[in-house]
Write a protein that binds this ligand. Structure first.
Ligand code: ATP
Ligand code: MG
Length: 317
């Protein structure tokens, strides 16, 4: 049968990255950008680079920032038929700056920009053959949350599939509407792609093992757990695979989680085993942190296979 179309709804934006550490976005400094960004876009760009059929639903303005986002998605093969170009609103923008500790500060300009002022097209998706990926950070925005939840319920009801990166930041979890939306998304998801920190926020009283068991006792069949510079673990269908991190120079870790997720979901959707999908996602995540800019470190299958061979893991390619 035909592989499902992988779709995402959420924020499209451009990001500017500070070159100096510890500036906290307060001091004058050098930035580079505009880098195409937005978690759902980073994810889908990587799915497309892995050969998946994709549809992005979101909005950008009729401005240079919007042009650069559309140009990148189009060049990488992401479907942009669901991207609204709003004349009345500017493209969303984010700024990021790192500290020596690895912590980072973000400033997002999303509310009432083109990033949250768009319409979901009625007929773009064949719902029964759609895999909808939800980056739960988007649920913190009221307009995005409404569009995501409506579409997710349609996809689920019509027999499509859902995956979710919980991104359970504490400030989001304090908002009851956001927390309830996240719980519904997780209950409808087949694949969950949490970070270790998400498990701590979702289940503060449970060990990692117990948290994974709790998630798998409901609908989700596969948990891909992201451990940053400590690698990843994939659990599901009675299997468990632990992947040690690759040693790479970390230039800019933002986007690694979405790149990992895009690689993983593209491959399992194409029928890859959990072991192969996890190994390649772990490699793609490592490659992602070596480039400045949130989706500049995304990679093609050949890049991943070459990297794995260089790392002595040619048996996975
Ligand atoms: P984000 O910070 O964008 O929210 P995340 O927390 O969802 O990302 P991470 O765990 O930071 O995701 O990264 C995803 C995957 O990328 C990791 O599971 C690992 O496979 C790989 N990865 C991330 N950072 C590194 C690193 N410094 N060295 C090697 N691999 C890494
Ligand atoms: Mg991280």
């Amino acid at each position: 049968s035909q592989h499902p179309t992988i779709a995402a709804i959420g924020e499209l934006l451009v990001e500017f990255v500070s070159h100096s550490k510890n500036c906290g976005l307060r001091r004058i400094g050098d930035y580079s950008g505009p880098y195409p960004s937005g978690a759902p876009a980073i994810f889908l760009d990587q799915v497309a680079r892995m050969g998946g059929k994709t549809e992005m639903i979101g909005g950008v303005g009729k401005d240079g920032f919007g042009d650069t986002v559309i140009a990148r998605l189009t060049a990488d093969g992401v479907g942009t038929g669901g991207v609204t170009r709003a004349g009345a609103h500017s493209t969303g923008v984010a700024f990021v700056s790192y500290y020596e500790t690895g912590a980072r500060d973000f400033i997002f300009h999303l509310n009432n920009t083109a990033a949250d002022q768009f319409h979901v097209p009625d007929t773009l998706l064949d719902l029964a053959n759609t895999h909808l990926h939800i980056s739960a950070a988007s649920l913190g925005n009221h307009a995005l949350r409404h569009m995501i939840m409506t579409t997710m319920r349609q996809v689920d009801t019509q027999g499509g599939w859902i995956s979710c990166d919980p991104n359970a930041r504490p400030e989001l979890m304090r908002d009851t509407a956001v927390r309830e939306a996240l719980e519904e998304v997780m209950q409808r998801s087949r694949y969950l792609l949490p970070s270790t920190s998400d498990l701590g926020f979702l289940f503060p009283d449970l060990s990692e093992e117990a948290a994974i068991d709790r998630l798998l006792s409901a609908k989700p069949e596969v948990i891909a757990l992201k451990r940053g510079a400590k690698g990843a673990t994939v659990v599901g269908f009675g299997e468990r695979h632990d992947f040690a991190a690759h040693t790479v120079p970390e230039i800019d870790p933002t986007g690694a989680g979405d790149c990992f997720g895009g690689t993983f979901i593209a491959l399992v959707t194409q029928g890859a085993s959990l072991r192969i999908a996890g190994e390649k996602a772990n490699a793609a995540g490592a490659l992602a942190v070596t480039k400045r800019g949130p989706m500049e470190g995304n990679s093609n299958p050949d890049d991943i296979d070459t990297f794995l061979r260089d790392q002595g893991r040619g048996d996975f390619t």
